[in-house]
Design a protein around this ligand. Structure first.
Ligand SMILES: NC(=O)c1ccc[n+]([C@@H]2O[C@H](COP(=O)([O-])OP(=O)(O)OC[C@H]3O[C@@H](n4cnc5c(N)ncnc54)[C@H](O)[C@@H]3O)[C@@H](O)[C@H]2O)c1
Length: 256
């Protein structure tokens, strides 16, 4: 029970990796606020968790909008009675090179994946300080470490999240706040399915998915729970001497 009496806010907690993080936190004793744009999905998930006895709330909004970020953190704190952990996981995928990506999609990519991390952190950090310290885990991507064709805006947003993680680790260490990030490789979630459909061209989405699996040393796509375990480690006291770190969980994609 690593998270007994801990209070966590998980963005993008209604689907994929975020959903697996919420499950893990609750299994290990945390009370959780799920911040997500998809209100219905977040509330349905919350209802199912409450039926199992979990202390959980859905806070609905867009992490990239400053007024939504402020309100979601306030709603989470009102329900949880404070905040110890922030998981900046919400993200979207935009496909295209610099010349083929749509301008509005480029803007939206940076707004959600980068500004969302900044805005949620901006309002959550004073709460972590009030709690006497805490942990933040940002979900970046191997797309922020190496070039993945057709993901220029996505890669730029994730590289920025990696560097922002280090800046935040430096700025808030004195308050007892550790800030780390996880860089997953391909993970079996709706985001990956959408990405495969969008870049497949002449190939089938299944072929693209297999291509990503073949690019890893382990020759498979990760399950969301495998990434959730890495995030939970960094968020827990087991990682008490880890801050400003980048944990790559990619089945060996970037090792070659
Ligand atoms: N799936 C992968 O292969 C993979 C690989 C590397 C990194 N990641 C990263 O992991 C994170 C989670 O991705 P996933 O694969 O679980 O995706 P997903 O699409 O399954 O889930 C993302 C969740 O974020 C929410 N969301 C999206 N935009 C939002 C916004 N503006 N405000 C609030 N909520 C918003 C969605 O509603 C959804 O519930 C993302 O940051 C993604 O970039 C995913």
């Amino acid at each position: 029970m690593r998270f007994l009496n801990k209070r966590a806010l998980v963005t993008g907690g209604a689907s994929g990796i975020g959903r697996a993080v919420v499950e893990r936190f609750i299994a290990e004793g945390a009370a959780v606020a799920i911040a997500d744009l998809e209100g219905e999905a977040a509330r349905t998930f919350t209802d199912a968790l409450r039926a199992r006895g979990a202390r959980v709330v859905a806070v609905v909004g867009d992490v990239s909008r400053i007024e939504d970020a402020e309100r979601m953190v306030a709603e989470a704190v009102a329900f949880l009675g404070g905040l110890d952990i922030l998981i900046n996981n919400a993200g979207i995928e935009t496909v295209g090179s610099v010349t083929t990506a749509r301008d509005d999609e480029w803007e939206r990519q940076i707004a959600v994946n980068l500004h969302g991390v900044y805005r949620m952190s901006r309002f959550a950090i004073p709460e972590l300080i009030r709690a006497g310290g805490g942990a933040i885990v940002n979900v970046a991507s191997i797309g922020g470490l190496v070039a993945v064709r057709e993901f220029s805006a996505y890669g730029a947003s994730k590289a920025a999240v990696i560097q922002l993680t280090r800046s935040m680790a430096a700025d808030y260490a004195e308050y007892g706040i550790r800030v780390n990030c996880v860089c997953p490789g391909p993970v079996d979630t709706p985001l990956l399915e959408r990405a495969c459909r969008r870049v497949c061209g002449e190939r089938s989405p299944h072929e693209v998915r297999q291509m990503y699996a073949d690019l890893t040393l382990l020759k498979r796509i990760a399950q969301p729970e495998e990434i959730a375990r890495c995030i939970a480690f960094l968020a827990s006291d087991e990682a008490s001497y880890v801050t400003g770190a980048v944990l790559v969980a990619d089945g060996g994609f970037t090792a070659q």
